[in-house]
Design a protein around this ligand. Sequence first.
Ligand SMILES: CSC[C@@H](O)[C@@H](O)C(=O)COP(=O)(O)O
Ligand SMILES: [Zn+2]
Length: 236
Amino acid sequence: MASSDQSNDHLVHSPDSQHPANLICELCRKFYTLGWVTGTGGGTSIRHNDHLFIAPSGVQKELMQPTDMFVMDFHSREYLRRPPNLKPSACTPLFYAAFSRRGAGCCIHTHSQWAVLVTLLVEREFGSSACFEIERIEQIKGIPKGRGDDGKVGGMLGYFERLRVPIIENTAREEDLTESLEAAMEKYPDTFAVLVRRHGIYVWGDNVQRAKTQCESLDYIFQLAVEMKKLGLPWT
Ligand SMILES: CSC[C@@H](O)[C@@H](O)C(=O)COP(=O)(O)O
Ligand SMILES: [Zn+2]
């Protein structure tokens, strides 16, 4: 992309609070108060039509401005807008996997301590991927069941159904998680989230509202699961 395209400011300037560049900043401010994007970790990306809105790497995510956002073309994967002196989030290939493989409209990455603790409570399984499983908790109904053959979300999990969230092993560099995240998506076609051991979680949804509420439901369930484990109560 020509360097003149770096100043495509119209892509991120909008008085509309629901514009992706504005929303990412607002969401990250909220997520910071929850401990989800502390110390520059974590982040959020939104797809709007063929534009992907991506935050910079290594910045305080709760202080970002709309003009800090990168904009990538979904099909060519070229940057239509690159703020000077910033690098795109290292999570970009993982966000891209959610957009391209799952048709997501938003993907959230948190470093929530509840997500990290849950990954420490599930044994690493030799030769097969590990998975967090829980059932008979009301908040499970905040998580979608998966997609039908038509590609549409097939309703929410029921109270008596089991929530499964695959866990992948962490890597030294965020980008290097991409292959195992994609493998977990293949193995668990119904999942809307993947935990990363000792690191956090990626949660995606058809749109911002769904990704956010699913992430909130999961975080609530993880906190509960950690407390249940301390009390010796079974998850399933
Ligand atoms: C506290 S550094 C965390 C990063 O290495 C990474 O895990 C992360 O979630 C954020 O990456 P970033 O490139 O800043 O968007
Ligand atoms: Zn991370």
